[in-house]
Design a protein around this ligand. Structure first.
Ligand code: KG4
Length: 340
């Protein structure tokens, strides 16, 4: 039987990515990152759009080449419609329209958040059966989101808890920035925390009702603590960097896992996944392993390549939408903000 082959295109922020998936099995996943933003301490939207324009053709060509297929083998083109930076999204959306029209195949618009969740269904090969069973809970933690999602099928999911202010990734990045650790700070905090004492410093934890999160109080508490100590000792950050990172990381992970445990109790669901950039964090991963043992959770932690933005997750989401006949029309416009 002819395979369903999907080309995925991701351009929501500062990574230009293209991937090919055949009947759910990954054939290629090419990512061009944009180093240009590092010296600015954050993503510059105007520069991101320009880089996407430069990268999109070579990245898509390379993904098709590495997959060992011809563009005429494609069944459909999936693209990220939002949320993300408007200028960046426009590049991927317009490219998808052009290619879809030229090849006379459908295109499928993909919600970036749904794609992070469905990254767990990307198969490495035909015999890979390590995917979550429905229903499951997914902790989606990135630079822009911290959500607990109840997933009942590929195309049916409900946000049951989310941050009311900053995202977990923002908490990592903003606290790292005040310590002078560069951008994005999350991976640096993770690395330094390995040499530090997670119990050395205590920070305020939020008291938020239900399953929602809040990280802005932690950021403020961290900032005040640094300010007070720097008055006494200007070398405070330098001398305590590892312990500060370890304590900050432990607090963020505690906040995330407290609500996730509550969600498993309330829903009775013990199949639990984690997704998004912060799922690369070693303490998050260790906490999941620990909860699997202590609370009998069946856990799903993504491969590192699928934690940050990538087109394989867009292609797999496009695949399941395509199977549902949920294709997009040519007047589709990107959404900078869109709910799950
Ligand atoms: O999902 P993502 O690549 O981008 C979006 O937000 O769309 O997530 C990026 C976030 C950044 O805040 C980054 O600092 C964080 O993920 N991150 C980490 C780690 N790797 C990436 N945070 C903590 N530990 C890590 N190892």
């Amino acid at each position: 039987m002819k395979k369903t082959i999907i080309l995925g295109i991701e351009s929501s922020c500062d990574d230009t990515s293209a991937a090919v998936i055949a009947d759910g099995v990954i054939l290629s996943n090419v990512i061009a990152s944009q180093a240009v933003h590092e010296s600015y301490g954050g993503v510059v939207p105007e520069l991101a759009s320009r880089c996407h324009q430069q990268n999109i053709v070579p990245v898509v060509s390379e993904a098709i080449k590495r997959a060992g297929i011809s563009k005429n083998d494609l069944s459909a083109i999936a693209f990220t419609r939002g949320p993300g930076l408007m200028g960046s999204l426009l590049v991927g959306t317009s490219f998808a329209k052009g290619l879809s029209s030229a090849l006379r195949i459908p295109m499928v618009d993909v919600n970036h958040l749904q794609a992070h969740v469905l990254a767990h269904f990307i198969k490495e090969n035909d015999t890979d059966t390590n995917q979550p069973q429905f229903p499951f809970l997914c902790l989606l933690v990135s630079g822009g989101n911290s959500q607990i999602i109840k997933v009942t099928s590929y195309n049916k999911m409900e946000v049951i808890g989310q941050t009311i202010d900053d995202a977990a990734g923002e908490a990592f990045d903003k606290c790292a920035k005040v310590m002078g650790l560069g951008y994005p700070g999350g991976p640096v905090v993770d690395r330094l925390a390995k040499e530090g004492d997670p119990k050395r410093f205590k920070f305020n934890k939020p008291h938020i009702q239900g399953l929602d999160y809040s990280f802005s109080g932690l950021k403020t508490s961290f900032l005040y603590m640094l300010r007070d100590n720097l008055k006494e000792n200007p070398q405070f950050i330098e001398e305590n960097k590892n312990d500060l990172c370890a304590s900050l990381q432990a607090t963020i992970v505690d906040i995330l896992m407290d609500k996730l445990r509550k969600a498993t109790k309330e829903t009775g669901i013990k199949e639990v996944a984690v997704a998004g950039g912060v799922s690369a964090n070693s303490a998050v991963r260790a906490a999941f392993e620990d909860h699997a043992v202590r609370y009998g959770w069946k856990i799903h932690v993504p491969k590192f390549a699928f934690t940050t933005d990538n087109a394989a997750m867009v292609a797999i989401t496009g695949y399941y939408k395509y199977l549902d006949g949920d294709c997009s029309s040519y007047d589709a416009v990107p959404f900078a903000r869109v709910e799950l």
